[in-house]
Design a binder for this molecule. Structure first.
Ligand SMILES: Nc1ncnc2c1ncn2[C@@H]1O[C@H](COP(=O)(O)OP(=O)(O)OP(=O)(O)O)[C@@H](O)[C@H]1O
Length: 244
């Protein structure tokens, strides 16, 4: 597989924790405009795979490529300008306002700026509006519900302005309305050319929202194909989620 002209590419990637193999010989690529769901049982290696895609962990074998260059050659700031990450279960330390948290998404653009510039403030306002949380802008992040915090982290990722979004179980804690807005937003962003990869534990919902699915089991890629084909196939889901 050639990774030269591809946005993000994994080429025969393996990853170990101690002596235990967590990911084995993974090869796939994600291009601009793709909306990709990553599914697999608990412990399959989904979060680990995302960490490799973000350059937060290094493979023990194979190579991760970003825009045709090995991930290890990019600086953290260069990666942050290209990939925004919404992690699982973020624990806040300080009572920053929602506006400040979302504004932190602009740091990759202007890390040494003493204040947000007008373009940054516009990006923050736009992101708050997209997630329908403008009314929370002056509230302390630490005082919000889990679902509200999740929406704030999504807004921060959006404000970052990166071309790729990596989301770890983004619908966790969101109510029905917020989930529908999230899915509509992801589809809109993909339509505008963003590449999006998100883990989820809901295959039926993912079949409706995502175009492509990657199925991971015991750290191996079991299938990579059209989400509606893979995720509405009961035999496929039974194999993916079989115990043991
Ligand atoms: N810090 C760590 N130290 C040792 N092993 C770890 C660590 N983090 C994860 N693992 C192991 O690596 C494997 C993959 O974990 P990972 O979190 O990537 O799975 P996951 O598919 O995201 O699971 P879930 O759906 O439960 O979030 C699991 O067996 C897990 O126990």
């Amino acid at each position: 597989m050639s990774c030269a002209d591809i946005l993000l590419c994994m080429d025969h990637v393996g990853f170990q924790r101690g002596r235990r193999g967590v990911l084995h010989d993974l090869s796939f690529s994600v291009n601009r405009g793709e909306l990709v769901a990553l599914l697999g049982p608990n412990g399959a290696g989904k979060t680990t795979l995302l960490r490799l895609l973000l350059g937060l962990a290094r493979p023990d074998g194979g190579q991760v490529w970003l825009e045709g260059q090995p991930m290890a050659t990019w600086s953290r700031r260069e990666i942050a300008r290209r990939i925004a990450y919404v992690p699982q279960g973020h624990v806040p330390l300080f009572p920053y306002s929602v506006r400040d948290i979302v504004g932190m998404g602009r740091l990759a653009e202007a890390p040494f700026a003493p204040h947000l510039r007008e373009a940054d403030r516009d990006a923050v306002a736009h992101a708050l509006g997209e997630l329908a949380i403008t009314h929370l802008a002056d509230r302390a992040y630490t005082d919000l519900s889990g679902g509200e915090r999740q929406a704030v982290l999504l807004a921060r990722a959006l404000a970052q302005g990166a071309g790729m979004l990596v989301l770890d179980e983004p619908e966790t804690g969101l109510d029905y309305g917020q989930k529908q807005r999230l899915y509509a937003l992801l589809r809109r962003l993909a339509g505008q050319g963003h590449a999006i990869i998100a883990t989820t534990h809901d295959p039926i919902q993912a079949a409706c929202v995502f175009e492509r699915a990657l199925l991971l089991r015991h750290g191996r890629l079991m299938a990579d194909g059209a989400a509606a084909d893979l995720l509405l196939d009961e035999a496929m889901l039974a194999r993916l989620y079989a115990s043991g």
